[in-house]
Design a protein around this ligand. Sequence first.
Ligand code: F6R
Length: 615
Amino acid sequence: MCGIVGYVGSKPALNVVVEGLARLEYRGYDSAGVAVLTDGALMTAKRAGKLVNLRNALDEEPAPEGTVGMGHTRWATHGPPTDRNAHPHVDCTGRIAVVHNGIIENFAALRAELTERGHRLDSDTDTEVVAHLLEEELRDGAGGLAEAVRRVCRRLEGAFTLVVVNADDPDVVVGARRNSPLVVGVGEGENFLASDVAAFIAHTRDAIELGQDQVVELRRDKVTITDFQGRPAEVREYHVDWDVTAAEKGGYDSFMLKEIAEQPRAVADTLLGRIGTDGRLTLDEMRISDEQLREIDKIIIVACGTAYHAGLIAKYAIEHWAGLPCEVELASEFRYRDPILTRTTLVIAISQSGETMDTLMAVRHAREQRARVLGVCNVNGSTLPRECDGVLYTHAGPEVGVAATKTFLTQLVAVYLIALYLAQVRGTKWGDEVFAMVQLLATMPEKVERVLETMEPVRELARSLADERCVLFLGRHVGYPVALEGALKLKELAYMHAEGFAAGELKHGPIALIEEGLPVVVVVPPRARAVLHDKIVSNIQEIRARGARTIVIAEDGDDSVVPFSDTLIRVPAVPTLLQPLVATVPLQVFSCELARAKGHDVDQPRNLAKSVTVE
Ligand code: F6R
């Protein structure tokens, strides 16, 4: 949700900033803009649309030589995605420029005040008020750009991560963080600011995570971090454990294709180091003691979108293995009801980015009610882990494609590990039962690889359905969230109407949707769950009798579905609870290929952004 880059060093800032924006474009692609300080002057350029429009505009002008600058890629909140509303925004003097990620909730009142005092605001954005407030602070002798930013931040409400430059202070870039992410990259004689380390990973892997309500002053050879009052702040330095190749397409046509292909490795990495030689699980970063886990009497999972689907699957695993009641709630709904939370409730917040505002607000609500909170997160240095009692990282590596793929599979592995760990600690399963399941989990990378090797017929099928208007997805038990995930992928990538249903619910209404030729994807549970399996085979016959075109995902060797399948997609036989790891992959490939056949950009689907930092 908006990407921000700042740079102070000795290289031409424009190149560093535009290259950084290219790596952050997944955060928003409604417009892009840059500001560079050269010889005491401020140059800005901005264009609506994807970064390529800005690059083309920049190519038409001589490049500024300045070595201090910043840039922004926008996901529009206030004001349509036009050139005028693109960031950076400048003050009345045209010497102060601001880029912003978030929503300034009191901007209307501030705008009215500023207009009253004679400022001219040119855009419809909430951001522009910051440039004019800074203008006033600096005119009144605030004592440097960082101090002016601190003063302005104290007046702002909402979510505002800002980066600011001032032509009168030409060796400095100042950033401020509340809610949306901002990371410092520490180089040799150069320093960086960005929403995500991917923006500067080609230059340095040494990073500093900014905390909530902190201001950073960046100079070539110095980084100074304070709170909004100007007091020195505590920060966390860390080394990024992946390199620039992980943030590139590596020969694939899209990041999504690359990330789908990376899933076997990602699943293996999430398991790595967590299974002891004695077969016992060790989840070191949990930071919630075994004693505390034994006290837990209820689990509530909060998450959004694909992560919510991982949560739905986690419920089956937690209830089955750990014998604990488990609710799953959309994070955006959680704090608006009256959830019953106590010190013995464990809230599990699942978020790839660790920046999803709905999830963060749910976490804050849970902690206010004294519940313990465990995060499942992919991005080191993001907000979620800081705000939780404990965290389990998914170690999927950077995911750039906007649609979640490898991070979904690794979220599943993480929640399976949590469920098994709870079973181990609470003694709801024997040690050898836990170990047997862990050993099965360890075979999943190879099983996912086998699915990937057999995907050509799925791609063919997807291309043949490119002109369809609607696809339905059915599943039962853990196959139901898989169906929801299949439908979500198709909606967001192919912009098609797609719905996932619990197959048993079909007869209660949705069956009215079935008409001649309608493609319906059905996820069939393993035969080992005979009751479930046989019921869904009946459901397939019911929809086929009404003309549906059945696309059936079933385990190897399940011949009972052959007579009722127009297309049969095979996946390796695995225990029911683990089946989502193999059954989801064909659905990812299906949506990706169908969207490509329609000519869509699968990495940057329309209207979306990878990390949703507004509520
Ligand atoms: C769908 C997708 C989104 C995210 C959701 C939560 O492909 O990516 O539905 O899953 O926005 O994001 P995180 O996991 O970052 O909290």
